[in-house]
Design a binder for this molecule. Structure first.
Ligand SMILES: [Zn+2]
Length: 115
């Protein structure tokens, strides 16, 4: 399942409001990230000190992504999926299609990244 599948068929707004589908997409992404994390950990386990340092850099981003997916799932269960955590404005449907785990609107995300 890709993000292209998510955007195909019914209108994007209907898709975005489909809780079961979103939950499925998020869970799959979460599993994929965890599998990747697991594979990287095993790959670098025997690589010594330099491998460990490299591993930390690689896994930090993955862990952050998993945490973000968890937050999006919590928002989904709370009926607040697609609502920006920072400003409580709706997140634009195209942004959710491209990034189903988005918990911040584009404006707040940019502000956060600038910090
Ligand atoms: Zn916002």
């Amino acid at each position: 399942m890709t993000m292209t599948d998510l955007a195909s068929g019914a209108s994007s707004v209907e898709r975005v409001r489909d809780v079961a589908r979103i939950r499925d997409v998020l869970n799959r992404q979460r599993e994929a990230q965890l599998a990747h994390l697991d594979a990287l950990t095993r790959e670098h386990a025997a690589a010594g000190t330099s491998g460990q340092a490299q591993l930390r850099g690689l896994t930090a981003g993955l862990r952050q992504t998993v945490a973000q997916i968890d937050t999006a799932l919590m928002q989904l269960e709370a009926g607040r999926y697609g609502i920006c955590l920072s400003c409580s404005e709706p997140i634009a449907p195209p942004r959710l299609e491209a990034l189903p785990a988005a918990v911040l609107c584009l404006r707040c995300q940019r502000l956060k990244e600038r910090r």
